[in-house]
Write a protein that binds this ligand. Structure first.
Ligand code: AHR
Length: 316
């Protein structure tokens, strides 16, 4: 080919490329994520799932660690709105106090995906959808397992999660309702350990001082608090899992291992690996598709009968 036709072909190719409409090229999505903090191993796995899946899909993730404070999360959401992100993901620390900022996001036409925890709002259209676990079902599963295991009898010490959070509220309410059928199974004390291992240990130490040996069961709203309580129980010279029946929620690897070791009697799963689900939802919403308003995970329960078999494939 002589120079002239070659130049002509090149010029045509440049023209053809510039004529491709911008919308046909794949747009990089920018997502703002307002996380609660890093209170537990569950939370760390949750953050990692959202970060790694964003990286895999080429999503520009703006991550904010709320450090356990709702005002930090609200500030982060406000900044995501100002930056005009394509979607906002919130794991709300507590259930109330979200209406004004959700109204701002709606006014800016930015879809909001609630992940893990729900909120109480007067207008459900303030967020696009929710994806998470059914905390009430987890509380019921724990209670039903316990009632069978202890034959409907025992004094329970409860370690609550963060006050005002959906998992603490629901796991407490559903558990209490389910054990109400058993007159000899009673919660004799209940305090918050804020979903933290250190919190579980401190509250358990205080319980041991206050109640001595006058209790039979510890129900913790998450594994981290149960693992902290196990430490306190061992330091008090008691055998966790034998002298005291202990049950909790999350099914992190370390807790399933504690079940295998006989120190924890049961853990109900609460799967934190939301990355793929959250971004599938966002990609659909941005493409104008309708998505389900509420999606729950299907969670399992691990005790001495199945923990050892489950351990090698636990992902978090
Ligand atoms: O919202 C889910 C709860 O929050 C998990 O059970 C707990 O471990 C976490 O911190």
């Amino acid at each position: 080919m002589t120079l002239l036709p070659r130049l002509f072909t090149l010029a045509f190719a440049v023209f053809a490329l510039s004529a491709v409409p911008l919308s046909a090229a794949k747009k990089t999505l920018t997502v703002g994520f307002a996380q609660t903090g890093a209170e537990s191993a569950w939370r760390t796995a949750n953050t990692e799932s959202l970060k790694s899946e964003a990286a895999k899909r080429g999503i520009n993730l703006k991550f904010s660690d709320g450090q356990g404070r709702q005002e930090n999360q609200i500030r982060a959401v406000r900044s995501f709105i100002t930056q005009r992100v394509d979607a906002i993901v919130i794991a709300p620390i507590v259930e109330t106090g979200w209406e004004p900022i959700l109204r701002d996001a709606k006014r800016a036409k930015i879809p909001v995906i609630l992940m893990d925890r729900t909120v109480q709002v007067s207008d459900e259209s303030l967020y696009t959808c929710f994806v998470g676990s059914d905390f009430a079902e987890e509380g019921r599963m724990a209670a039903d397992w316990l009632a069978k295991h202890v034959d409907g009898k025992g004094r329970i010490l409860e370690l609550q999660g963060t006050p005002g959070s959906a998992p603490a509220n629901e796991r407490r309410r559903a558990f209490a309702e389910a054990i109400a059928k058993y007159p000899d199974l009673k919660v004799i004390d209940s305090q918050s350990g804020d979903f933290r291992r250190s919190g579980g240990k401190e509250v358990m130490e205080a319980f041991l001082k206050k109640h001595g040996r006058n209790f039979d069961i510890v129900y913790a709203h998450n594994d981290d608090m149960a693992l902290g309580a196990i430490q306190a129980i061992e330091e008090a010279g008691l055998k966790p899992g034998k002298d005291v029946t202990i049950l909790s929620i999350d099914a992190i690897k370390e807790a399933v291992q504690a079940v295998v070791d006989g120190k924890l009697n049961c853990t109900v799963e609460c799967n934190p690996l939301f990355g793929p689900k959250v971004y599938d939802l966002i990609e659909k919403i941005v493409a104008g598709e309708t998505v389900p308003r509420v999606q729950y995970n299907k969670d399992e329960l691990f005790d001495a009968t199945n923990a050892a078999a489950a351990l090698p494939t636990r992902q978090y």
